[in-house]
Design a protein around this ligand. Sequence first.
Ligand SMILES: NC(=O)c1ccc[n+]([C@@H]2O[C@H](COP(=O)([O-])OP(=O)(O)OC[C@H]3O[C@@H](n4cnc5c(N)ncnc54)[C@H](O)[C@@H]3O)[C@@H](O)[C@H]2O)c1
Length: 356
Amino acid sequence: MTMPHEPVLVTGGAGFVGSNLADALLSDGRAVIVFDNLSRPGVSTNLDWLRSRHPERLTAVIGDLRDADAVAQAVGMAGAVIHLAAQTAVTTSLIDPVADFEVNARGTLNLLEAVRQSGRPMPFLFASTNKVYGALSDLDMDAANGRHLPRDPEVRLRGIDETRPLDFCTPYGCSKGVADQYVLDYARSFGVPAAVLRMSCIYGPRQFGTEDQGWVAHFLIRILSGEDITIFGDGRQVRDILHVADAVAAYRMVLDRIEDLSGRAFNLGGGVGNAVSLMDVIDTIREISNQQPAIRFADWRPGDQPWFVADTSAIEKATDWKPRIGWQDGLRDLAAWLRENRVFPAGRAEPQRRPA
Ligand SMILES: NC(=O)c1ccc[n+]([C@@H]2O[C@H](COP(=O)([O-])OP(=O)(O)OC[C@H]3O[C@@H](n4cnc5c(N)ncnc54)[C@H](O)[C@@H]3O)[C@@H](O)[C@H]2O)c1
């Protein structure tokens, strides 16, 4: 549906997932418009990297999702939209839920409206989150072999699929969940060819993880720098982590098949094969780095899921996608990138203020 000569608008294209996705599209000869307000500390480095690699096909718009005119202008230049820009931290959403709503919910509506008003059938992919399924507190859990696991073997072996009822939790979960539902409804009500990818933890190069978001990169950055780390909870939480190259491949496959997949939401994560506890990740980082970090434990964070593993069979059936990079190889890859690029611990992100 998108013509190869039409630019893909990647909101949040300077961010972690966005810069990897933009680079993949640009490397294949697609034109890309990156729309980003550069509010995430460190991401201007990603934009400089994209500019240096693709001086001709990349257009960078430094703009804010809350600025409907700027959003409409960017949409006017594009043939497809991949919407990744967001306030991404649960912690920040708890400090300023209104700013979180304005960026994630209202900002997404600004984009969808610009697409609708354009009158063109513009493919639209949205980066949602597994947080739309809430804390999964109804699942009976066991803690065995250092991991929280659901007692029900069916759930444990397959993971959580898209039939799971939505249960928005925390302001971030609500704002992303609202956006997720608006995207699906714009497919239903207005025929926008749109799909949603509900992502588990993504990790990989160009990720500037902090204590508030991007925990895999955060642990690596701290441990490689010889710093201690704090675990919120008991470290037995389980996540299905997915390397960003695999996530990028999934977006591209869904985009290529959007005519058939419009109106659908897919869970996207490493699946049961890449389900690890926080302590598993730390143990592997210890091996990779030869460091023995001091670990402090703090209270669980609101809405934290003791276990989340995506059942990825829907996206696997709908496309040829499956995760290809195993989590241990992926961790080594990210460690190598962080070392090469000398990425050091960063501070906490501030809530976003409205642009003047
Ligand atoms: N990384 C993950 O593990 C993960 C998991 C689930 C969902 N997601 C979702 O995927 C998307 C990408 O995540 P990421 O890890 O690449 O995050 P990121 O913080 O690296 O990228 C987000 C980008 O959006 C930009 N941005 C923020 N507010 C903006 C605004 N108001 N206007 C314009 N640009 C703005 C930031 O500057 C940043 O470059 C987000 O929507 C996030 O909610 C990520």
